[in-house]
Design a protein around this ligand. Structure first.
Ligand code: ZN
Ligand code: ZN
Length: 255
């Protein structure tokens, strides 16, 4: 499995892009960053986008990506997957003809740029080379994380944004996962704010790890606030300097 980190930050700053994780060049987990990181040929290769939740930092690249596809006559339909609730929020509040055009009707309803694909939680979506399952997580807006498996048998979990949570860790029950990408947004001293806003700190993460029946082979951190990164990383290192890996924008990981 090839994981390309288009962005992994919890805020937008120079050299820190919003979350976007490209799996095997065709499946994108969250869409905070696309066009800032990929040339058009690589954008055109994206077939499926899975959205964890409708917060702007996880969706904001989709409008400009759709615009690129149409203006370049790409003749390409991208499926945007998430729960019915999240897709409803996107349709009502973003692709509503006011904030941005409804790209599920452009260029025409028979050959749209975006196909919205509602999914049920804990029901696997089968793609040509991947299987994706959504699990509820705990955030301030309806949110899921994803288990992604490819045709080589590699399996990862991406949590999206979440505070302390439970059901997604069921995906660790049967298999040893190849990797987990989990959010840690705030340092320990901001635990109250983290819990209130549905995010994790290093100490809260340590408690999540205890819920995993099998530990994943690799453990990646995303969504840290750039202004608090050094403090967060120091606190993560106190948990495990060897095991926990902090992601960087532009990084490509092979599992
Ligand atoms: Zn969020
Ligand atoms: Zn976020």
């Amino acid at each position: 499995m090839r994981i390309q980190v288009l962005g992994c930050a919890g805020a937008e700053m120079p050299n820190h892009n919003m979350p976007g994780f490209l799996i095997d060049r065709t499946v994108l987990l969250d869409a905070g960053t696309i066009g800032l990181a990929l040339d058009f040929q690589d954008q055109r290769a994206i077939e499926d986008i899975f959205i964890s939740h409708a917060h702007l930092d996880h969706i904001k690249a989709i409008p400009f990506f759709a615009d690129n596809l149409v203006t370049r006559n790409a003749d390409h339909t991208v499926s945007v997957h998430s729960t019915e609730e999240v897709i409803g929020i996107l349709k009502q509040n973003l692709f509503n003809g006011l904030i941005w055009p409804d790209f599920s009707l452009i260029p025409g309803p028979e050959n749209p740029t975006i196909r919205f694909a509602p999914m049920l939680t804990e029901k696997t979506v089968q793609l040509s080379r991947h299987r994706v399952t959504a699990y509820h997580v705990h955030h301030t807006t309806p949110a899921v994380g994803f288990l992604v498996e490819n045709d080589k048998g590699k399996r990862i979990i991406y949590t999206g944004d979440t505070g302390p949570t439970d059901t997604i860790w069921k995906a660790c029950d049967e298999h040893v996962l190849d990797a987990v990408i989990v959010e840690v947004s705030f340092p320990n001293r901001m635990t109250d704010l983290a819990v209130k806003t549905g995010h994790l700190t290093p100490d809260l993460l340590a408690r999540e790890v205890l819920k995993m029946r099998n530990l994943p082979l690799r453990f990646f951190i995303s969504h840290s606030k750039p202004s608090h990164m050094e403090e967060i990383y120091e606190e993560l290192a106190q948990i495990s300097r060897e095991y926990i890996e902090v992601l960087q924008d532009g990084q490509v990981i092979f599992l």
